[in-house]
Design a binder for this molecule. Sequence first.
Ligand code: HEM
Length: 556
Amino acid sequence: MGVELSTLNMPPWRGAGYFGRKYRQTLPLPPGPKQYPIVGNLNLPNKDQWIVYDRIAKEHNSDIIHIRTFGSSLIVLNSFAAAVDLLDRRSRISSSRPAATMLYDLMGWKSMFSIQPYGQEWRDRRRVFWQEFHPEHGQRHHRPIQLHYSRELVRRLYDSPLEFQAHIRHTIGASIISIAYGLDVQGKDDPYITIANNALEYLDISFAGTFMVDVFPILRHVPRWMPGAGFRATGERATHALNLSIEVPYLQTLKSLTEGHGESTFVHRALSRGEIPSGGQEERVIKESVAAAYIGANETTPFPLTIFFAIMAHNLDVQTKAQRELDQYLDHRFPDFEDQPHLPYISAVMLETLRWEPMTPLGLAHGLISDDKFRGYYLPKGSIVFYNVWAILRDETIFPEPDKFNPSRFLKDGLIDTQLKDRVMSSFGFGRRHVVSILCLYQPHVRKYLRICPGRYFAMDTLWLSMASILSVYTIGKPVDESGRKVDIALKYKAGLNRFIARFAFFLCADESPYIGTYSRSNARSSLVLAKLRNSFLICLGFDFATVSTVSLGVH
Ligand code: HEM
């Protein structure tokens, strides 16, 4: 990020200094594949890297590996234990972010605390954010809005099921805009959602790792007019898009507040606390923290909900079991948050969805701010640290038959197994308070280095309620081809370190269907949608992204 990774102002006896030099001289780097001069391991495939790293770790019989590309040192942690040891227990030195010249310096994302290095700016924003999103606060202020938008999603699915991915993104985006700014979101082409999505598009471009300036940061000084300097213009457009997404909704909320509205919003709650350290930066801290909520939620939460449709279509036994639990407990009404303790199988479906296909298979990179000695290895200061969420959640000793979608693995005596749930929380990252060590009671500073996703409670609430609501109304099945045969869904992903999925086809039924009719949904339909659905059997067939051809459509 063109950032000094040494920004953490530590007293010398706690930093690298003497010990760093000693480690470098006496200890080996973690094992890894053979490195070539200058380019290091640039020969490794850049597709599905999490699978490649897992294989390398197994080949070297080590859950920590070292990879080098040009000048960068990459440490990959391939087990839960290694990630907890380095990122939780030693979060004091491992909770920064690595340099990303294009995104941070040229695209203006230095205002987003999710990619800021450890330091005061990050701490101020994270604190404002967490005051809003810690679970007790979220339950009081966010859940009514989440409830509204989960029902809106069910309704939209009925109206235009072909657009299911757009509906998922829209309802998640609208719920966050409503919580953050209290703004009314239009049903289609909403200007606030469009502004935020424009900013997010540049994030995706930079994650795709296409910019040479990230490899050679010196290139950022190349004049704009030089051939090949197109990235400078891209950076300016991205900065403009991000600034719009920070400023426009914020100013609109301030206007509403002067007119006597908008009090029940993140913006207003943060402004009225007035606890941010002074220096004239208060307002900037608040508006950037609020904008981080939209970015964080919309970049991630739609993925598990999208993939849920494909998983359900392929696992009718799971779906039937989930629907039976809903029907038995809900008896003719829509699910609500109070129902959660009584619907453990739905919670298990949500956790298994997060486990089965994590959105960020290598997490979000951390940066090491000092040299370290770790498990007998030397870890160089400035290393980029990835944790292999994919490998952690496919550890056969913890999750037998890991490729199988089996929510029951999370149930112990009819309740959610909290230890397994804790494992799945790896999909929200590391840098969290560890309860294992009694020493942490005497380490108040540990709290300062938390980096785990601060939106995780909000995300799990959204996912749980949406999955419960969808299954209480619809049955999801495989699509059929032109001759009426059921076909498997082939999932296609965009390249990159995060998972983005192309559109796929599925059936959505509000009742027993001639194609997949294994179980009647009739007693679980909510009164909200009942009138519309009564005469509708088969509602939807999606279409395939690659061919963009409708396979068949049947609305009865
Ligand atoms: C299923 C949904 C989600 C997943 C899988 C997810 C995953 C993650 C991961 C892996 C990280 C990096 C943690 C680390 O550094 O180790 C992260 C950070 C973050 N997430 Fe989430 N997230 C989700 C939902 C959300 C939501 C709903 C919000 C906002 C309401 C949010 C806001 C953030 C922010 C602000 C950070 C940066 C934290 C920091 O750097 O201090 N996320 N998330």
